[in-house]
Design a protein around this ligand. Structure first.
Ligand code: ATP
Length: 410
């Protein structure tokens, strides 16, 4: 997949109708937005297109919309928040059909720099989420509203939805252009290029709970990285595969053979897999998860049968930090231990600090590790923190993201 995609800097939108797929999937409580991060993140692309004289038709999904269109999942609160932030009228088309007469009329009345927001795209059900089964009518209707399409919804880029990728086919058919916005561009530049064309040494760090959840990520990063560090719960299945006692630590029994295969593959490729050399162990898993626990640090080959490894120990922290210190690119996904408990968060903190201190390009692949880094106040020390957990994992798996692939090549 070419990652050299047309961006909003490469297209001329003056006087044109521009359909912009945003990620306005904000958390709501009692009809109020509780976190506006995603709206703020969308502003640079929107402002750029407004300043360039485009007529902006914004669209997004919000929530899962399991029981059909409803006011609780309407984009109305987003329209109000956007209006305040842009200091400009945002015409909200509240029609649950998303496209149709009301949308067409609102778009027809637009001048350069005007902004229209369509209703929640998931109100069209399977026409949005499963166009391959439900047909492409909705995608075509969206394209009919516009001359140009811009995708800036990285959190949805791994989904072949009507408003994310299928719409581009109909824009192309009518001679229009498909570009990515600044948010998408940044994700492609960091995550995509780190995996496809990294500055070396390239160190990938994986953690989190289970091997089973990240089979393709492990396999792909083993091929792409020079060193693959594995911590967190998933490290114990690797240690078990090497024949070590792991006590009551997290085990994916069905994946022991897979881990053996990966260890053998690393050897044949001349790559390093770094596993923890010591563990912070506990006797009983804390309940609630952040309750005080008594810990005992043991070496990896001395794990007592009645204890559970819940964090990497100080020797592992030093070993992993040393690998990070010599790297030019570091990608990290998944915590090193049960970081929800402050006593078991030391390993995750140590890795976050090692990345913060490094001169390498440091990339956090969303999810729990992004939350951990932000919680520790180290967010601004990283080169990039991905905004899409699912989408970033698929990038790390080496998959082609429909929302990225659908944009025109430069
Ligand atoms: P997500 O995929 O949800 O965005 P992630 O990829 O960062 O997050 P997960 O695979 O979901 O990570 O795993 C995170 C969970 O793993 C945390 O809740 C953490 O407590 C747990 N975890 C990490 N290490 C261990 C361990 N040694 N034993 C048990 N649980 C662990």
């Amino acid at each position: 997949m070419s990652l050299n995609k047309k961006s909003v800097d490469d297209i001329n939108v003056k006087g044109k109708r521009v359909l912009v797929r945003c990620d306005f999937n904000v958390p709501l409580k009692d009809g109020k937005i509780t976190d506006e991060t995603r709206i703020n993140a969308a502003l640079p692309t929107i402002q750029k297109l407004m300043n360039d004289g485009g007529k902006l038709i914004l669209c997004s999904h919000l929530g899962k919309v399991k029981n059909g269109p409803n006011e609780g999942e309407s984009l109305a609160p987003v329209a109000a928040a956007l209006e305040a932030k842009l200091g400009k009228k945002v015409t909200f088309v509240s029609d649950y059909n998303v496209t149709g007469e009301a949308a067409t009329a609102a778009v027809a009345a637009m001048n350069e720099g005007d902004v229209v927001l369509l209703q929640n795209t998931r109100f069209r059900g399977k026409e949005e989420t499963k166009p391959q089964d439900a047909g492409e009518a909705f995608a075509k209707e969206l394209a009919d509203l516009a001359d140009v399409y811009v995708c800036d919804a990285f959190g949805s880029a791994h989904r072949a939805h009507a408003s994310v990728s299928v719409v581009t086919k109909y824009i192309t058919e009518k001679g229009g252009e498909n570009a990515v916005g600044y948010l998408m561009q940044k994700e492609i530049d960091f995550l995509g290029n780190a995996v496809e064309d990294p500055k070396r040494p390239f160190v990938a760090i994986l953690g989190g709970a289970k091997v089973a959840d990240k089979l393709n990520v492990i396999n792909n990063l083993l091929e792409k990285a020079d060193t693959l560090i594995i911590g967190g719960g998933m490290a114990y299945t690797f240690l078990k595969a090497q024949g070590y006692e792991i006590g009551k630590s997290m085990l994916d029994a069905e994946k022991i053979d897979y881990c053996k295969e990966m260890l053998a593959k690393a050897e044949s490729l001349g790559k390093k897999i770094l596993l923890p050399v010591d563990a912070v162990t506990i006797a009983e898993f804390p309940n609630p998860i952040d309750a005080p626990v008594e810990t005992l640090v043991v070496d990896y080959d001395k794990m007592p049968a009645d204890r559970e490894g819940c964090d990497i120990g100080p020797k592992s922290q030093a070993l992993f930090a040393e690998a990070v210190a010599t790297a030019k690119t570091v990608v990290w996904n998944g915590p090193m231990g049960v970081f929800e408990n402050p006593i078991l968060a030391e390993g995750t903190l140590a890795v976050a600090k090692a990345l913060a201190a490094s001169d390498a390009t440091t990339i956090i692949g969303g999810g729990d590790s992004a939350a951990a880094v932000n919680q520790m106040g180290l967010g601004d020390k990283m080169s990039h923190i991905s905004t899409g957990g699912g989408a970033s994992l698929e990038f790390l798996e080496g998959k082609t993201l429909p929302g990225v692939a659908a944009a025109d090549d430069k």
